[in-house]
Design a protein around this ligand. Sequence first.
Ligand code: FAD
Length: 485
Amino acid sequence: MNRKVIIIGAGLTGLSAGIHLQQAGIDSEIFELANWAGGMCTSWVRQGYRFDGCIHWMVGTHPDSGFYKLYREVDALASDTPIYSSDSIEMEINGKMHVLPLHYPEFCDYLRKIAPEDKAGIDQLDRDLKRVTHSKLPSGGPVNLKELVKLMRESSGWLMVMGKTVSKTVEEYIRPIKNPTLRALLFNLMPADFSATALLMMLGARMTGDGGYPLGGSLELIRRVESKYRALGGEIHFNSRVEKIVVENGKATGIVVKGEFFPADAVIAAGDAHDTLVHLLGKQYPHPQLDQMLSSAPLFQPLGVISFGLKRRFDIPYARTYEVPEGIEVAPGVVQHRLFVHSFDFDPSAAPEGGSSVMTMTEMPLKYWQDLRESDMVEYKRQKQALADRYAHAIDARIPGFADAIQVTDVATPATYVRLANLYQGSYEGFLPTPTALRKSIKNTLPGLANVVLCGQWTVAGGGLCTAVDSGKKAAVLTQKILKD
Ligand SMILES: Cc1cc2nc3c(=O)[nH]c(=O)nc-3n(C[C@H](O)[C@H](O)[C@H](O)COP(=O)(O)OP(=O)(O)OC[C@H]3O[C@@H](n4cnc5c(N)ncnc54)[C@H](O)[C@@H]3O)c2cc1C
């Protein structure tokens, strides 16, 4: 008799798990609380403008990359998906706009020009960047000795750098660098408390074309994956928030949605880990690592995304950050002093001909936006527009004519993302990749519960789409093993 697996959540993780199960001949059904697939990997289309609510860059866009192979397996990337890789990032520090080349060794040469006195610190970064740009980013994990040998050969530079930097924060890693501008540039690339491995991974990926943007963005990516899942016979139930995982004698027997029981031989929880442990399992099955991390590990802070559809193009690059000394208020009493502006002009499908899709993104408090949304929808909408106006005004001060060119505006607050994807504390990528979190290998099963598999961005610090696609596949493999036992 064929076995049935229920997957909670139609984000990239859940879809990836579903595809690998269907391909292995195991029936699966996905239950998703929203009325579309993708979770946080989504975009909004407004009057012909596409506003990407997720991808800016994703690890694994180079055809030689292991993650690329994983994306191809689920059609997240098609063989002909064009990838855009930016040559630079622009960043204003103390009134000067720096154009940082995203190439090795030009990046280090640029830093040396700013601070020749920091030669020793820059040379260390240079050596590590050379290693990571000349070796393959490990992905997936070896499954046998042959793969292990291959990994050691192809990824030796990466493995050496990871071993050396994973336990260090970015602050510790760049401590030999004293020049304040250089320090500010590097901390803007990666926050001081993240593991230095995260900084090197980001730079290494982007310098080798392995951290690009697939044209068509999040929406097209998810459409391809969803189509593949359906073509393999998978079924998705939308508007179906899972309320409970039913357990009998240490085994999940199914789930409850809107009071109705759906039986299963195994359950893959590909949504939010806190929701799974606390609400769906009623705290009956402790997960020592996750319980501890959910209560004390630092999380990615909630984000708001403000997008503008412009009737004409400006010379806005892929990514530029301005200083805003006077600040921009993102909630009462909360002010941001950096303005990130991101244009999608490199993607012709992002805007009507001649137009431009531009977005800005910043951290903002979940509580204010969620309380407002729940208490007064009219005022919530008014405040969203006021926020967009403040951002338009701030951008216009740096790019004259910007405000007059706006045709469409869209604001996604932290409350939007919680509504879309049921995120614990509005955290859009789970646990921060600090040295402590990055070294944790979070278990995908729960003690005393045989057939529930946890996966997704809450099971690997740092999150992101590469984690999602990899973690979904691993969950499918583990579930097959559980079903056989
Ligand atoms: C603004 C923003 C920018 C980002 N930029 C990037 C980027 O540039 N590159 C990158 O790699 N990543 C980026 N990310 C992160 C990336 O979107 C996520 O890491 C990834 O999409 C996580 O996928 P997932 O499937 O694990 O989780 P999710 O996308 O959260 O999917 C989980 C799904 O489960 C559903 N669900 C939850 N609870 C239940 C329940 N009880 N019942 C039914 N369904 C449920 C949710 O609705 C959701 O659809 C960004 C995220 C945001 C918000």
